[in-house]
Design a protein around this ligand. Sequence first.
Ligand code: GUN
Length: 303
Amino acid sequence: MSARIIDGKALSRQLRQNFRRHAEHLKQQGIVPGLAVVLVGDNPASRVYVNNKIKACEECGVHSSTHSLPADTREADLLQRIEALNADDTVHGILVQLPLPAHIDMRRVLEAIDVNKDVDGFHLYNVGALATGNTIFPPCTPYGVQLLLETAGIDVAGQNVVIVGASNIVGKPMALMLLQKEATVTVCHARTRDLAQHTILADILIVAAGRPNLIVPQMVRRGVVVIDVGINRLADGRIVGDVDFEGVSEKAAWITPVPGGVGPMTVTMLIDNTLRSATRLAGEGEGIGSLGWDAPTLHPPHP
Ligand code: GUN
């Protein structure tokens, strides 16, 4: 068997064309959707991610502002900046790029973001809402994975889904979303004994561990669906995921490539959340439909 490719780049392109139309529609109603991105320090990977987010905004007609602060920024000053963005009516989404420098309390910063502008879905309110199936802003990476599965026609209900990686950004919210969709979910992590014993049972395997070649063909069953969330840069400069793509493709039914799988979707779903936020904050409430929103809302837009 040679796996079918789940093409995140192509799906992103399609979605962004939709989003551009929706942004235009909002502008005709006098609403210019706006995203503020806060970057503290000069982590090169974070800089690349932030640039990708800004580019996606431009592509979709969403206004963006970047707030680059030096690595030695005081926590109090960062909190003040967030307060100002909370109060700014032209800003519908606020994203603080992670990781933050060690002297800053990340939780305090994330909790300072207005829950109605929390387009990353990292505020405790939104985490709790996700746990109860009422989220406003699904975290972008798992949201993108969910959409990739849906558009490939893969129903997760009743399936054994194994997630490798238990981070707050990917593994844990992914597990909650899948549970909501009635999948049987196993979450493996760095302390899991005998990883292969779990992965071999997966109908759907989602890997977000940040380790190249962690998943090799012997660890999966024939016909598995593989979603590779990993983005690793090798010494020779190549970007690879966490899965041995060539080997596992021989056994899998579906697989996402790296690059061009989950990565573009993460950024694209941020635009979806920003447009939803702009619509809500403009007081349109249930009016997402009335604004012609046929975007991929995989959850009720308004809990
Ligand atoms: N750092 C790595 N991934 C993410 C993300 O999805 N959002 C933010 N804010 N920071 C990140």
